[in-house]
Each structure stands twice: as structure tokens, then as C-alpha cells.
Design a protein around this ligand. Structure first.
Ligand SMILES: Cc1cc2nc3c(=O)[nH]c(=O)nc-3n(C[C@H](O)[C@H](O)[C@H](O)COP(=O)(O)O)c2cc1C
Length: 145
């Protein structure tokens, strides 16, 4: 799939999100998880895609992504490495300072704070996301914060 996308629009416009240890729809981590993702990252690196974006869903109830896997993906992949999952400003700055990744992505805080960047810059308290509106149709919980 990555190769087909590269052919269509170029490697510099392709990124891939990786969700190791995800538990969506009853998936469970298996013993080969780290080896599998290291192999995938090695191949993606060869293709020269722009970024790899990893999500640790432990803040949403999934098993944590092993720190060893996060570190080995960091070492293997030479493009931009984006971290995500349960970040606040302090943890994001700490992980960037420790060179664990190049960028940090925010999900739920952005849903409940469309002005998230401004709030983080000014230290304004964040609105709490209303989880009951996630994965539901309509504007409630998406455009009414
Ligand atoms: C309402 C909602 C929809 C999401 N949809 C997707 C999706 O389609 N694909 C995906 O990879 N992650 C999806 N996510 C996961 C987020 O991208 C993100 O990885 C997750 O919320 C953890 O980051 P956070 O702690 O900053 O929110 C979704 C999350 C929420 C709350």
C-alpha cells in the first residue's frame, strides 16, 4: 500500500500511523509484536516516507507500547517521528527534549480545545473532552466546545 501511494504522490507526501499494542475490537498483542513493527519500520525507512506517527493507546485502556519498541523505531526510522497518546504539554516537552521523537501529536485535547495551540502557549487551562460524545454522529462534542 505504501508503495502504491508513493507511486501516486511521492514518498515525501506519505506518512504512516502505527498502533502497536492496540486493543481495538478485541485485538491482543502477540509475542512477535516488537519484531514485526521493527521489520515494518525498517521497510518503511527504505521507502523514504516522510513520517512515522506512533500512537500509544494506554491512556485509552490498551496495553502500553513497550518503551523498547518506541526507542527502536526512533533508531531505525530516519524521517520525522511523531509521538502521540495521552500527552500533555509537560510530557510532550520532556519527550522532545529527550529526543524520543521529533513532534508530538494531540488528539482528545484538540477536540475539546480548538484553540489548543494558543492555550498551550499562554498556559490557559484546557477544557475537558466529553467522552460520551466520541464516535457519535452530529456536531455535539466536535464543534460546540
Ligand atoms: C473521537 C476519536 C476518533 C478517533 N479516530 C481515529 C482514527 O480514525 N484513526 C486513528 O488512527 N486514531 C483515531 N483516534 C485516536 C487518536 O488519533 C489518538 O491516537 C488518541 O486519541 C490518543 O491521543 P490523545 O491521548 O492525544 O487523545 C481517535 C480518537 C478519538 C477520541
Amino acid at each position: 500500500m505504501a508503495k502504491a501511494c508513493i507511486k501516486a504522490i511521492g514518498a515525501d507526501r506519505i506518512g504512516m500511523r502505527l498502533s502497536p499494542y492496540g486493543a481495538f475490537n478485541g485485538m491482543v498483542p502477540d509475542a512477535d509484536m516488537n519484531v514485526l513493527y521493527e521489520k515494518l519500520t525498517t521497510e518503511l525507512n527504505k521507502l523514504g516516507i516522510a513520517y512515522v506517527h506512533i500512537v500509544d493507546h494506554s491512556s485509552m485502556g490498551a496495553p502500553p507500547v513497550s518503551p523498547e519498541l518506541k526507542d527502536s523505531i526512533r533508531k531505525i526510522f530516519k524521517g520525522t517521528y511523531i509521538l502521540s497518546g495521552g500527552y500533555d504539554l509537560n510530557r510532550a516537552n520532556a519527550d522532545l527534549a529527550a529526543n524520543k521523537g521529533d513532534l508530538v501529536a494531540f488528539g482528545r485535547p484538540f477536540i475539546s480545545n480548538p484553540d489548543l495551540v494558543e492555550k498551550l502557549k499562554t498556559g490557559t487551562p484546557l477544557a475537558t473532552p466529553d467522552m460520551s460524545t466520541f464516535y457519535t454522529p452530529g456536531e455535539k462534542g466536535y464543534t460546540d466546545y
